[in-house]
Write a new protein. Structure first.
Length: 205
């Protein structure tokens, strides 16, 4: 019974632990200690797990993220190449007002009269000029349609009235699409030139 008790794992570990501590006490102070053996309250542990060492190596090799440079701006304070990721153009209050009101018919007169000429930059001048030209074109188109449709309606004894109404609705839809695109482009900091007005510029500021 005594031999079996002495051969149990607990007695064996305690005996081994006491022998190891005795060897360390007998060592000189400058003798290097075996780091592979760690003594703590739970007994004897082997060398540290390789997983933690590998993790430390991976962390040391991980690339360091460099701070991104701020987007460049042009002379009118608007980001180049439209709008960067998750950012909005740096438009001033005068530029926002001009970009919206310039394409809403007679409201183009508000930025034209409210913003002094010396305070206008290239962006403001472009949109005011294009808005005035678009407004003049709308007036010309609607006056011409009224005259032509009126004459055709009289000649056809009112039969052309339905066709004229459909054509007028289509023209209104075209102008609406152009206005929406122009406002969206202006809010993105672009100077989008309306194709029809590229050749026909009635006013030049």
């Amino acid at each position: 019974m005594a031999k079996r008790f002495l051969n149990t794992p607990i007695i064996y570990n305690v005996t081994l632990l006491m022998n190891r501590r005795g060897e360390q006490m007998a060592m000189p102070k400058n003798t290097p200690v075996d780091k592979d053996l760690i003594f703590n309250k739970g007994g004897i542990k082997g060398p540290p797990a390789k997983k933690s060492t590998d993790l430390r190596r991976m962390e040391s090799r991980a690339p360091v993220e460099q701070p991104k440079a701020p987007p460049k701006k042009n002379s009118i304070g608007v980001y180049k190449n439209n709008v960067p990721d998750s950012a909005t153009p740096n438009l001033t209050s005068n530029e926002v007002m001009t970009g919206i009101l310039s394409y809403l018919g007679i409201l183009v007169l508000i930025p034209l009269l409210a913003i002094k000429k010396e305070e206008r930059n290239e962006y403001i001048t472009f949109h005011i000029q294009q808005g005035i030209n678009l407004f003049i074109l709308e007036i010309i188109v609607w006056v011409a349609c009224a005259i032509i449709f009126g004459v055709l309606t009289v000649i056809t004894f009112g039969l052309f009235g339905i066709i004229g109404a459909i054509i007028s609705w289509l023209i209104s839809l075209v102008f609406l699409v152009v206005i929406v695109i122009a406002i969206v482009k202006s809010m993105q900091g672009e100077k989008w030139e309306i194709p029809v007005l590229g050749a026909a510029k009635f006013v030049k500021l």
